[in-house]
Design a binder for this molecule. Sequence first.
Ligand code: C5P
Length: 318
Amino acid sequence: MPPRRAAVPSFAKVNLSLKVLGKRADGYHELRTVFQTVGLHDQIEFEFTPARRGLAVELEDALAIPDNLVLRAARLFCESEGVRGRLRMKLSKRIPMGAGLGGGSSNAAAVLLALGPLTGRCCTPDSLHAIAASLGSDVPFFLYGGTALGLGRGEELYPLPEAPPWNVLIVAPPVHVSTGEAYQALGRPALTSPFDSRKLNVFQSFVWRMEDLSGSENDFEAAVFALHPELERWKRKLERFGAHAARLSGSGAALFGVFPDRAKLQGALPKFSKEPLKVFSTTMLSRARYRARVLGSLREHVAGNTWPPVSRYERHEL
Ligand code: C5P
């Protein structure tokens, strides 16, 4: 049987708002966040050759990322769906790693979305979500994309009205913040009880009128800025050069500025060229665009306009 091929985009996210409540009995922190996909993306190339028996999974990854989520996601999917054959993948990275932009989580979700259509196995949305959540708290969001409310440890998701396709300037410093360590660094006042009503009210009022990003907050900023003061300087610089709002993304260390006005973003870009930063000019990506881009990349393998994408191959064709 001939190999089936696809090159699937894997988009980054920013957190338009991120409130951390308290630490839960399971050790995770209870969150209230608004996730937003942006156009900045990695690419994963797939080649799947079905076979009657055996499974071989390979990844070509120039950065040799240890314990790569791409491999873990592929193995979990294939084991849970009984896939047999040879799967070769190639990961081309643009999203800075360990930056709070969800790159690794997005890569894992892109694998889960692609493997159904490519292998002819059709995971239910619930089991796909469960596999995603077992890989990481942010992975399920990337099964949906767009603007979404994230509760729990970030895996409980609700679609929100789409944010406008605003321009986003992302600046990523050469600083790596481990998510686990960032949570450890949180103390009062960032860390409260899981039911802090003031914090819940602040978050809810932001979600009700998201067009005004001035109400957004990221609870990691105080702790992460204390460790890396240059980040606060860059946040202020984004604001000074016209960003409607500038925030840390996730637990950092990337910062993003939202520019409703494209000319202002173009004007701000050169101001960062001499800084030791990776700079990306992109736009917010709606759920519809996100799905169209992923479905488009899998077009020849997908039956209809379904989401999550369903394979056009018969499950038992071997
Ligand atoms: O779920 P994920 O593997 O991305 O989380 C990485 C680490 O971040 C966890 O091991 C945990 O220490 C911390 N975390 C947390 N609360 C969350 C999400 C992550 O404490 N809601």
